[in-house]
Every structure is written in C-alpha cells, then in structure tokens.
Design a protein around this ligand. Structure first.
Ligand code: AMP
Ligand code: MG
Length: 408
C-alpha cells in the first residue's frame, strides 16, 4: 500500500475512532493522599463533614456582639481565643481577643482587625467606624456535608489532594496505573550511554522522550532497547510487550517503505488500522491490537512522534485511565507570523508566547518547523493550530494549545 492510498482522516475522526475503542481499566486501588497526585479518581468523593465546621475569625483582632458595641467606643476584654481553642460563651457587653482561625465564641458576631483598634490594658478601644458581621468565615462557606467535592474520572491535581484532605480523607480510591511498553525501531538507533556513535548512527531520542511523557501521565513503563529493522525481531518484541502491557507504543518504521516493518509485524501478531492523518507534522499513525494490548505506532521523526503523542495518544491514554475527557484547551492569541499560502493539511506550529506592549499574547513560530528539529519543542510553549486551507495575516487571532494542557 502506498502512503497516498491510505485513508486521509481529520484529527476529529481519529479521536472518534480511538475513543470508540477505548475501554478504561477496571481495577482500582486505595492510595494515600501522598501517593494520589495525577491518579484518576475511581469514585465520587462526597464530603462527610462541613468545612469549615465552625464560624472562625478571618483575622487577628477582637470579637464582640455588634448590638453590644453600638454607641460605645470601649469594651472590657473578658476572653482570649486562639486557633485550636474551644471557647466558652462571651459575656454580654464584653469583647474577646481573637486570632485567625480561632472559633468565634457564642455571643460574638463581629470581628474588628487589631490594626484598627487600640488597647488600654484590658480595655478595647474601638475605631470610630466598623462594620457589623465582618471578618468571620462562616461554617460551610467552603463545603457542605454531602457535597460531591471531586467526581469520579477527575485527575487529581495538587489542589484536589488538598481539598480531599480538608474533608478528612486519608486515602482515595483510584484506577490502577496503566502499564505501557515502548519500542523504538531503527537500525540507526543507539542508546545514550552505550558508547559513541558509529557512522550513520543517531541517538534514540524518542524512547526517553516517550518515557518522560508517559511518566508524566502516571503510567508504569516497560522499555527495552531499540528494535532492529527486521520483521522477526519486531514480531518478537511485540509478542513480549503484549504479555504485560495495556498499551504498546512503537516509534518509527510505520511508513510503508521497504525498511518499515511495524505494519507487517503487527498484521502477523495482531490487528492494524493505518491512517494518514491530515496534519502537519504527521505521517501515518498506526492503531491496533496485539492480543489484549492496544497498539499505537507513532512516526519516527521525533517532532512528529511528540506532536502525535500529544494530539492522539495522550487523550486515548486518559480514556483508558478512566479520566473524563476534557476539551482540547486552545485559546486565541495573536499571530506574530504570517502565512500567505494556505496548506491542504491542518498544521500545528511549535510556537512561543510573549506579552507585547499592547498587553496581548502573541505567538511566535519557531523558524524551523521541520519534523526532525526537536529543539523547536523545547523552545516552544505549545502549538498553534492552523486550520487546513487557512492563510494567516500578522496580528490575526489563532488558537494556541499550551503544552501543559496537552499533558506535558
Ligand atoms: P522512520 O519512521 O523509521 O522512517 O523514521 C523517520 C526518521 O526519524 C528517520 O530519520 C529516523 O532516523 C528518525 N528516527 C526514528 N526513530 C527515532 C528515534 N527513536 N530517535 C530519533 N530519531 C528517530
Ligand atoms: Mg526507521
């Protein structure tokens, strides 16, 4: 099959086909909050308590009942309450020295901050004006008992871990980690650290890059050395990987040249769909199965491998992890470049954001957009998404996809 005869699919069609195949891992485990970062929640978390559980002072200052203090400038101080104390009732007509986070004693309904007050011994001198019912954080202001604070399918961010802790959860139920195997293919590849390059060799950059991308998503990774450009070796590597992995990634060898054996090997060991995605950078993307494992064949060119991982592999893996899919979070920025001639394919340019004197975000495109130039991916903050057939004038709004939003 020639490249040109492969079906030409849009990004959306590829997503739809991959999402239709994705079955989330069913197994779950309980992990402590210290181990919960980036894990996918397997159940709704319902708050067992109200947070905060009691009215408490938002400031260091003095608490009293507003009605007791009207028309007066002085109140005797009869109580002192610090954070963690369990105060009794405040005597009517008196004030209470209070600190941030301390429970507001029964009988008080207002806090005036210390900087606005004067103190003469045990007498509080109030400012001329103050506002009743202020500087108190009300019980339930954050969370009410019974509220769903985090939904099943949420990826736990540091702030989500904090929120779960605030309700007293010591651990959470999460989906098990995905097990992913990485096979880079190519006779030219050398693993860094295993000696100098011979003539014609290059270092394998895809495998460590994919390792990092997958680690960032919270996967368990098995990676072997590069697989040579040989059908039997590729078949054997696929079989071995399929023993334990939920997903097998390959890079390279997925074109339809004589030295590209991934397609043949996959057809022998499993099932394969090979698609040409109408994007730049991008080549055929292979998707299929080897036994129970999913298979994803990324292009060999490092930038193409990176971009196809972000656009296709990353949302697919999230679906397998049980994560509720989020939108592809693009936001409009101004193009600090121009595109006079439209391209037939949708293009994802490596671009960097700057804030110009006009206060707007401008996206500068890396000058060399070739799919072998990995420097562009480090220089850039994300991808500018240019629709097929579109021209761009300098200053025009274009959608920008930050790398963070794409899972790296
Ligand atoms: P292929 O898809 O195998 O034809 O590879 C396309 C290009 O990407 C070739 O120039 C390869 O040398 C290069 N390439 C393939 N795999 C890797 C890798 N793991 N690391 C760096 N470059 C690679
Ligand atoms: Mg190759």
């Amino acid at each position: 099959m020639k490249n040109e005869s492969l079906p030409l699919l849009s990004v959306e069609e590829v997503w739809a086909r991959m999402q239709a195949e994705a079955v989330a891992v069913a197994d779950c485990e309980r992990v402590t909050l210290d181990e919960a970062l980036s894990r996918v929640l397997a159940e709704d978390l319902r708050a067992p308590i109200t947070v905060p559980g009691f009215d408490n002072s938002a400031m260091d200052g003095y608490a009293f009942r507003a009605d007791d203090a009207r028309g007066r400038r002085e109140l005797p101080i009869s109580l002192r309450v610090a954070a963690g104390d369990r105060p009794g009732k405040l005597t009517p007509g008196t004030a209470c020295r209070i600190f941030t986070g301390a429970p507001v004693p029964a009988g008080a309904d207002t806090v005036v901050i210390q900087e606005h007050c004067e103190r003469r011994g045990d007498i509080l001198v109030l400012p001329e004006t103050w506002t009743a019912h202020t500087n108190i954080r009300r019980a339930g202001e954050d969370i009410r008992a019974g509220d769903v604070i985090l939904q099943a399918g949420a990826r736990l961010s540091p702030q989500a871990v904090g929120l779960a802790a605030s309700c007293g959860f010591p651990e959470v139920l999460v989906r098990r980690r995905l097990r992913v195997a990485i096979l880079s293919t190519g006779n030219e590849l050398k693993t860094a650290g295993l000696g100098p390059l011979n003539q014609g060799q290059i270092y394998d950059s895809n495998r460590p890059m994919l390792h990092a991308l997958l680690a960032h998503l919270g996967c368990e990774i098995q990676a072997a050395g590069p697989v040579s450009d040989d059908v039997a070796a590729t078949c054997e590597a696929l079989r071995a990987a399929a023993q334990a992995a939920d997903v097998i990634f390959t890079t390279g060898g997925v074109s339809v040249g004589e030295e590209d054996h991934v397609k043949t090997a996959l057809e022998a060991e499993g099932t394969l769909a090979l698609w040409r995605v109408a994007i730049k950078p991008g080549k055929p993307l292979a998707f299929g199965r080897v036994g129970a494992a999913y298979f994803l064949g990324l292009p060999g060119n490092p930038v193409s491998a990176f971009v196809t991982f972000l656009l296709f592999a990353q949302p697919f893996l999230k679906a397998l992890m049980g994560q509720t899919p989020g939108p592809l979070r693009g936001f409009p920025v101004r193009a600090a470049f121009m595109r006079a001639t439209p391209d037939k394919r949708r293009e994802f340019l490596r671009a960097r954001l700057t804030i110009r004197a006009d206060g707007a975000l401008w996206a500068e495109a890396y000058p060399r957009q070739s799919s072998g130039v990995l420097s562009s991916t480090v220089w850039a903050d994300g991808l500018v998404d240019i629709a097929a057939g579109r021209t761009v004038a300098e200053g025009e709004a274009v959608p920008f996809l930050p790398f963070e939003g794409l899972g790296c």
